[in-house]
Design a binder for this molecule. Structure first.
Ligand SMILES: [Mg+2]
Length: 317
């Protein structure tokens, strides 16, 4: 397979092979989850995979961390569409070097997530493989489907919390084991290994969001997807982007500005969303940071300068 076209060209080619479903009660490829309207509610469908050596390394992440995280990534995609996670199926690829005890620990992490987010694991399947693969298929429901494409000029742009902590945690894991030298580094590592999907936001998103996406690949990449799907320009203000004290301390310790991690780091699973101004009170009450404004045009701008996507590329070697 030629890699030269990248992830989105590959998805376009594969989608063309299966054909698009044009039905009005279906949302197909291009959002965080697909959706089918059933009895007046949206049934959300999503899947996300964790591949050893690609998304995690055993020895750096405990098996339970791997289970928690892949479950959280799926819940996050459901949340980004305004839904609550309900059911999951799990496909495992099991290599010879992973023991049954490790697999049980992995399922322990999935069970913790199921308990915490309130979904149920209903089944799955297992196969031999070269590396450990955990593929989760998850369903959820939403009263209203919140798309990436609903932002309109004049809407506010909001971000549910600080970004960059997970990417900084990953860098720390590269040079350390799970326990780091100090508390702020430990919290950054935990942000990477145990991210929390923002299921607490679903009600407010249902009340007022016009568009939403979860930040899994980095703000510069994911904001671009929302802008493109909505056919608008996003104007972000640097001074309004929330930055954690832990990331600030980490950046200082490396004599670097924290922006590299904030703008391009992935896997924080915060929600970037837009809402019409009349819903200000809903999001003020939820303590959500307004970080910019939707305008006519296209692309993502930070303090008036174009923000070039430098986030995670799923097919990069
Ligand atoms: Mg997503």
């Amino acid at each position: 397979m030629s890699r030269s076209h990248g992830e989105f060209e590959l998805i376009r080619r594969l989608a063309a092979r299966v054909g698009e479903c044009e039905a009005a009660d279906v949302v197909g490829i291009g959002d965080d989850a697909a959706a089918v309207l059933r009895d007046g509610k949206w049934l959300l469908l999503t899947c996300d995979i964790a591949v050893e050596g690609r998304h995690f390394r055993l020895g750096k992440a405990a098996p339970a961390d791997v289970g928690w995280k892949v479950a959280s990534a799926n819940v996050s995609d459901i949340v980004a569409c305004g839904g609550k996670a309900e059911h999951a199926l799990i496909s495992l690829g099991v290599p010879p070097h992973v023991s049954e005890d490790q697999l049980e620990a992995l399922y322990g992490g999935i069970a913790e997530a199921a308990q915490s987010y309130g979904f149920f694991v209903l089944g799955g399947n297992v196969s031999r493989s070269q590396e450990l693969i955990v593929d989760v298929f998850m369903t959820g429901t939403a009263q209203r489907f919140i798309p990436r494409g609903g932002a309109r000029p004049g809407d506010r742009i909001a971000l549910s919390g600080p970004l960059g902590d997970s990417a900084a945690g990953l860098e720390l894991l590269d040079v350390r084991q799970r326990a780091a030298a100090n508390d702020h580094e430990n919290r950054l590592i935990r942000s990477h290994l145990r991210p929390r999907a923002r299921d607490d936001l679903v009600e407010s998103l249902q009340q007022g969001a016009s568009a939403a996406i979860d930040i899994s690949d980095g703000l510069s990449s994911d904001a671009g997807h929302l802008a493109e799907a909505s056919g608008v320009r996003l104007d972000l203000e640097r001074s309004r982007l929330p930055v954690s004290p832990d990331l600030q301390a980490f950046a200082r310790s490396r004599d670097a500005a924290h922006w590299k991690w904030v703008l391009h780091g992935g896997e924080d699973y915060q929600i970037l969303f837009t809402f019409p101004r009349e819903h200000d009170p809903v999001f003020e009450a939820a303590g959500i940071a307004v970080v910019g404004e939707v305008r006519a045009g296209h692309g993502v701008y930070l303090d008036g300068e174009m923000l070039i996507p430098e986030g995670w590329d799923h097919l990069a070697e």
